[in-house]
Design a protein around this ligand. Structure first.
Ligand SMILES: *Cc1c(COP(=O)(O)O)cnc(C)c1O
Length: 372
């Protein structure tokens, strides 16, 4: 099976992990700060705070921005459930905005229609690795006094108007799950400009304690607020740091595969790659195609041919849990229509040219079989 996504580890990644295991602290040690510094430098953000997952990053971002009961958070309908779930963790209510039909990025016009007196934050999800329309979204956030959060779990290494992901919102959340742009096993990070916000995030990551074990000089320490254990281990940070050195190569390879797909599918009207928006570079975490004949007709035949195609994503509010909370079907028509037509095709840096050609061949074959 050729999976839709997969990590890529080389000897340098393994050596970095082994070195920590042989003679480093396993957690709370120097790798944490090294990884944070490297992330900040890579993205041009002033501050980076690593945490145990992308979900933990979203949770801490919303909490540190003060979201709570009675507050509304605007999120796109097409995203991983965690973008919305983290609002529920804080007692806030996710409000789902529709997506643009061509790119499946959050639609600024739909965002404006979602704004109410209870709106506190707007979350831009850089779907598939393509940055959102940040000029329009920043303007809306400013006009209505909303915090702008980037769910950049797909897009580390991409940019918008020559500004790297990490500088495009008040706070940006990353994931280092194995299918994401770089991996630390599990892991995540927050990027921001504000040193006070970063200090609060570090405290929340460590139970709300005012200093962590390594920094502590005296015997006294204080828990100032209710926090969590969202720390990332030194083992994970060493892997993440090593992967970050390789990210430019990963992105170049992802972009090359995407170009090959686009060229191959240009002649096939039954397969429509998602649209590219201007003034930005795409990180191609996912390669999503629309299949106007209905993705359901392609899914099983492609799986039988050994392609690990997948669907990213079902509109979040259609999940049974959200239906029980009272969200009705029909809320976001573009998202619901897209959901019936999208498939993520295999794309990851370690894919060989032969595997890329095999994917194209399988799509052509299935297209012929089902008469599209
Ligand atoms: C992966 C992902 C998350 C959650 O990240 P984890 O590290 O798996 O917790 C959140 N949002 C989006 C858009 C994601 O793709």
């Amino acid at each position: 099976m050729i999976p839709y996504g997969r990590h890529s580890l080389d000897a340098s990644d393994l050596a970095a992990v082994v070195q920590v295991l042989e003679d480093g602290l396993l957690t709370g040690g120097p790798q944490v700060g090294c990884f944070e510094q490297a992330l900040a430098q890579f993205s041009g953000a002033a501050q980076a705070v690593v945490v145990s997952s992308g979900t933990a990053a979203l949770h801490l971002a919303y909490q540190a921005l003060g979201l709570g009961p009675g507050d509304e958070v605007i999120v796109p309908a097409i995203t991983f459930a965690a973008t919305a779930n983290a609002a529920l963790y804080c007692g806030a209510r996710p409000v789902f905005a529709d997506v643009l039909a061509d790119s499946l990025l959050i639609d600024p016009a739909s965002v404006e229609a979602c704004i109410s007196p209870a709106s506190r934050a707007l979350v831009a999800v850089d779907y598939a690795g393509q940055p959102c329309d940040y000029a329009e979204l920043s303007e809306l956030a400013q006009r209505y006094g909303l915090h702008l959060v980037a769910d950049a779990c797909h897009s580390l290494g991409a940019s918008y108007q020559d500004r790297p992901v990490g500088q495009l919102a008040d706070v940006s959340c990353l994931s280092f799950h194995p299918v994401k742009p770089i991996t630390s096993g599990e892991g995540g990070a927050l990027l921001c400009q504000d040193a006070q916000l970063a200090e609060r995030l570090r405290r929340l990551r460590n139970h709300g304690l005012d200093s962590d074990f390594a920094q502590r000089e005296g015997w006294q320490y204080a828990m100032l607020e209710l926090g969590y254990n969202y720390r990332l281990t030194d083992i994970q940070c060493a892997l993440g740091l090593s992967q970050l050195q390789r990210l430019p190569d990963f992105i170049a390879r992802r972009q090359a595969i995407a170009r090959r797909y686009a060229a191959a599918f240009a002649a096939l009207p039954a397969i429509q790659p998602l649209g590219l928006r201007p003034y930005r570079s795409h990180g191609y975490h996912l390669y999503v195609a629309r299949l106007p004949g209905g993705a359901g007709r392609w899914f099983q035949p492609l799986r039988r041919l050994g392609l690990g195609v997948n669907v990213h994503y079902q509109p979040v509010y259609l999940h049974p849990y959200y239906q029980q909370l009272g969200y009705a079907a029909g809320l976001c028509p573009q998202a619901e229509r897209a959901y019936t037509e999208i498939l993520s095709l295999p794309l990851y840096p370690a894919m060989s040219d032969a595997e890329v050609e095999q994917v194209i061949h399988c799509l052509c074959q299935v297209g012929e079989e089902i008469g599209l």
